[in-house]
Ligand binder design. Structure first.
Ligand code: AMP
Length: 235
């Protein structure tokens, strides 16, 4: 019924031909390389990259009660409320940048969020069609995250040992300073990984049952991971 209503709404608004062909999720633990691959996928397929972590970090900088609350939650490694992330995802999915398709990164993170997302997208007659699982062992994640440096505006990431910038703490492309995420420290990281295993990993079987899950070995080089993921985006 919701699908039919969505189709009628789109027909009436003259958008019948504009159903987005790529409606995807990048699913994986912190440090799996989702952000790095999102930059490549966005460039190659012209779809938007919606990272709830990035959006929440922007809110956390605001000088407001919500900003302070979000900043505290982020620095503890706990999750913010489902209603907040659902609201920001739904608002952003309507943006012009997402006209050709979208990939969600960091969302959904639990079953409640996954079910709400389904409900919303089915209502738009645009159910998800591609969930890419990034498979990485925990000890590799710890190694990757402990040395991670980020160029905030582009999302480019570096690593102290495996992918150092040409100049210390400086982005190779823009020359701007790099930052280390405050929640990339061993204590908070361990909490983030526990939450991933407890609340987010169950989504793997949730999407597997729907027949839209594709798993990639994200412990390979970034180039090889991109090659493996692209196959699923071209279908
Ligand atoms: P990320 O950049 O995806 O590692 O997210 C950073 C932090 O933002 C997480 O540790 C959570 O505190 C919060 N966060 C991001 N996405 C979500 C989400 N879908 N639900 C709840 N909290 C989130």
């Amino acid at each position: 019924m919701a699908t039919f209503v969505g189709a009628v709404k789109r027909y009436l608004s003259g958008e019948a031909e504009q159903r987005r062909s790529i409606r995807s999720i990048l699913l994986g633990p912190p440090g799996a390389g989702k952000g790095t691959q999102a930059i490549n996928l966005k460039e190659n397929f012209g779809i938007c990259h919606l990272s709830t972590g990035d959006m929440l970090r922007a809110i956390a900088k605001e000088d407001s009660p919500l900003g302070k609350k979000v900043a505290n939650t982020l620095s503890s490694g706990e999750l913010v409320t489902d209603s907040l992330v659902i609201e920001i995802i739904e608002a952003n999915l309507q943006s012009e940048a997402c006209k050709l398709g979208f990939m969600l990164d960091g969302f959904p993170r639990n079953l409640v969020q996954a079910e709400k997302l389904d409900e919303y997208l089915v209502g738009q007659d645009e159910p998800l069609n591609n969930v890419v699982e990034f498979k990485v062992k925990d000890d590799i994640l710890v190694e990757r995250i402990s040395g991670r440096m980020i160029h905030q505006s582009s999302g480019r990431t570096y690593h102290e040992v495996f992918a150092p910038p040409k100049v210390e703490m400086t982005d190779d492309v823009t020359g701007e300073p790099l930052m280390k995420r405050p929640d990339d420290n061993p204590t908070v990281l361990s909490r983030r990984l526990d939450i991933y295993h407890e609340q987010t990993a169950p989504l793997i079987s949730f999407y597997e049952k729907k027949g839209i899950l594709r798993s990639v070995d994200a412990m390979q080089s970034p180039e090889k991971v991109f090659e493996d993921i692209s196959v699923h985006f071209k279908q």
